[in-house]
Design a protein around this ligand. Sequence first.
Ligand code: PGA
Ligand code: ZN
Length: 430
Amino acid sequence: MTAIKSINGRRVWDSRGNPTVEVDVVLENGVRGRAIAPAGASRGTREAIDMRDGGAKLRGMDVSRALANIAKLNATLGGMDATDQEAADSAILALDGSALKENLGGNATVATSLAILHAAAADAGVPLWRHVADHYGTEPSLPLPEIQIFGGGAHAGRRVDVQDFMIMVPGANSFDEVMEITNEVYFAAGDIMKSRGKLAGVADEGGWWPMFDSNEEALETLVQAIEKAGEKPGERVVISLDIAASEFGKNGEYRLALEDRVLDSSALIDMLGGWLKSYPIASIEDPLGEDDTEGMQEFTRRFGQKVQIIGDDYLVTNARLVKDAVAANACNAVLIKVNQAGTVSESIETFKAARKAGWGAIVSARSGETEDVSISHLATGLGGGQLKVGSFTRSERMVKWNECLRIQDELGTGAFVSGAPLANTWWARQ
Ligand code: PGA
Ligand code: ZN
């Protein structure tokens, strides 16, 4: 047992220039753990509250209320054993007393919970990924990345409806090789867009900000970029999409801004099904809205044997929602965002519920990020298989990929999961 001596918060700034919460946890023996809360832009309605001050100052985004709650956390958690993550997180839940962390703020609780995890690792004298594997009894491995090439939706002025156009490289032999191939595809895509006058800049997560006239044009361009990079689409490199359908649809009615069309659930499913036929897509996230369980069931019934279907806004890193979705056969994978749950323990519980059902689990960043690299360690330590961070530029993204490369030096290149997470998709069966 090593007791927590103090918990202190400070205001720092995220990749969008917004204020966010950083927490330092210091133990009685002087060891320290630190973490920073990320922030989403396309947030699920059932995720933990990101507590902001509101009002005119800093566009309402200041975090002084959340920071004030760190003092309450300090008073409650002081003296507790930092290596007992479960007890610490239970105390956080009890102090907050609400399902969505409405009283303390999910930003205050997630930074505190993660900082305790970091402190426990430092106390044990091991890297965070190793502490995670030891604590949760998991087998560490380097994850298969999902990397954004174009941004869209809420992250790029809604020019295209789909939020993330990404690639995965399940055919790579090492994490390092994934980075190399991604570099080639990313710049090939940029060159193609520039030459056609389709490049507007860089989106929130560092992917290209496109000026495409349709979602299909984005998919076509991505296929061409993979080819220009010297790869055969669908072989070593596949496409992954985050539709983030809750951003453009409610009550089974989906509004495609770009094409000025309204689709019902089944028309959206047909459209996406058409894309799955025409393009080498192996993974798709939030294909229907967070309120559209029937649509999600229908989509999973039709395509669940073919592609990975991830619930993000739909499942908000909530173990109960995952268990319900497993029973309902809606989705076959879950995105794990620690700040959607609000504590490490709840996130791990969700992760374990998914894995127990044979589901995939993808540890993920938010669109508002920082230099915090906790998720690289969580993905590796849990051996969860997949990591989604955003694009292949900007340091709040690259810091996560680079951290995996450092872990690769410790774990060895052979510890890369390669295509294993896509074992239940067409990619593995071809
Ligand atoms: P967000 O989006 O962080 O803006 O919520 C990321 C995602 O939808 O995966
Ligand atoms: Zn998403």
